[in-house]
Design a protein around this ligand. Structure first.
Ligand code: FES
Ligand SMILES: [Fe+2]
Length: 349
């Protein structure tokens, strides 16, 4: 019979296991990331945000310009996201009333005969508004954007339907789904693996696939759908889905923004291309007015999309990053994605 002490001595003398233990990804990649939906920020609204491990303030001026800055006032440190007010084109601090313009410069104080301190300036971030979302560019060194997000013509689409979730995970792991064709049958119940081509061009990765679905909106019959995925950096992606049999075109967004290391906010959103032949979706829909029909289909499509992507949530929230994955025939072009993703880390080449 060994004593407890003897056993502890024996365990500590065992040789260390040299095999590496993979860990979750935690570094913030460089690039464009969504920070809000446009309709969450009407003119004069101020929002307190936390992304990239920073406390931020997002506001929209009276004339409609969205602006983002580090939240803390350079005067005495108040958080402008908590009580800051938009006065025309300026943001006014709730603590002593210093006012900041669109470039972050303090242009006035409420003190009589006082000019603003010379170096009083907010640290501002690049902001663009595209397709009902507001985006910022994150660079760990604070460098300016080295590429631009595309401007999409969405004039023939319905308004957006969207929802966001705060969760454990990393943008690179989540957007790897765009090329991880192997998981579609196991996790999502697709009947076959897609025929797909993948290409990269700078910050854009594009995947084109034809996928057999076991059923789609309003039909249980198997349907063929064409998927065109566009992944802009490690934060912004959308898929144009075309179901030819129903003359249905949907734009499905997956947008991921780092919050703190190991935590992200994930947005799922859907737009529907205005219907040209609603009877092709279902014969009964021709009896319903066009707009009502679109609202109904958009709601159903969003519900189905969220249900589908939520199957990925437990994997994303608990996985580790296998740097050299043990791939098998049938896996998607994950090495292509991983090589492309490297450009969003470290030094700019
Ligand atoms: S802390 Fe902002 S004006 Fe004083
Ligand atoms: Fe998935």
């Amino acid at each position: 019979m060994h004593s407890l002490n003897t056993e502890i001595t024996n365990i500590s003398s065992v040789k260390k296991d040299p095999r590496p233990r993979p860990q979750p990804l935690t570094i913030f990649p460089r690039g464009w990331f969504v920070i809000a939906c446009s309709d969450a920020l009407p003119p004069r609204k101020v929002l307190s945000l936390k992304y990239f491990g920073r406390q931020l303030v997002l506001w929209r001026t009276a004339s409609g310009v969205p602006l983002l800055a580090d939240a803390y006032c350079p005067h005495l440190g108040a958080d402008l996201g908590h009580g800051g007010k938009v006065i025309d084109e300026l943001l006014r601090c709730p603590f002593h009333g210093f006012c900041f313009d669109a470039s972050g410069v303090c242009v006035s104080t409420p003190y009589p005969k006082s000019t603003p301190p010379k170096r009083a300036q907010l640290v501002t971030w690049p902001v663009v508004e595209r397709g009902s979302f507001i985006f910022t560019y994150f660079d760990p060194e604070g460098s300016l954007p080295s590429w631009e997000l595309p401007v999409l013509d969405e004039s023939h689409y319905t308004p957006l339907r969207s929802q966001s979730w705060l969760m454990s995970g990393h943008p690179q792991d989540i957007l790897e789904n765009s090329v991880d064709f192997g998981h579609l049958t196991e996790l999502h119940g697709y009947s076959t693996l897609p025929h797909a081509t993948v290409s990269t061009n700078g910050p854009l990765l594009r995947a084109d696939a034809t996928i057999e679905r076991p059923g789609t909106l309003f039909t249980r019959a198997g349907t063929t759908a064409k998927y065109q995925s566009f992944v802009w950096g490690l934060g912004v992606s959308y898929v144009d889905v075309h179901v030819a049999a129903q003359d249905l075109v949907l734009r499905l967004y997956v947008l991921v923004t780092p919050v703190i290391p190991g935590q992200v906010e994930l947005w799922l959103a859907v737009k529907l291309k205005r219907l040209r032949n609603r009877h092709r979706v279902h014969p009964l829909l021709s009896l319903i007015p066009q707009r009502l029909c679109e609202t109904f289909i958009l709601r159903q499509a969003f519900k189905a999309y969220v249900t589908d992507v939520q199957k990925d949530f437990p994997v994303w929230q608990n996985k580790v990053y296998i740097e050299i994955p043990l791939l098998a025939q049938g896996d998607g072009p994950i090495p292509v994605y991983r090589r492309w993703a490297r450009q969003f880390y470290g030094e700019l080449k």
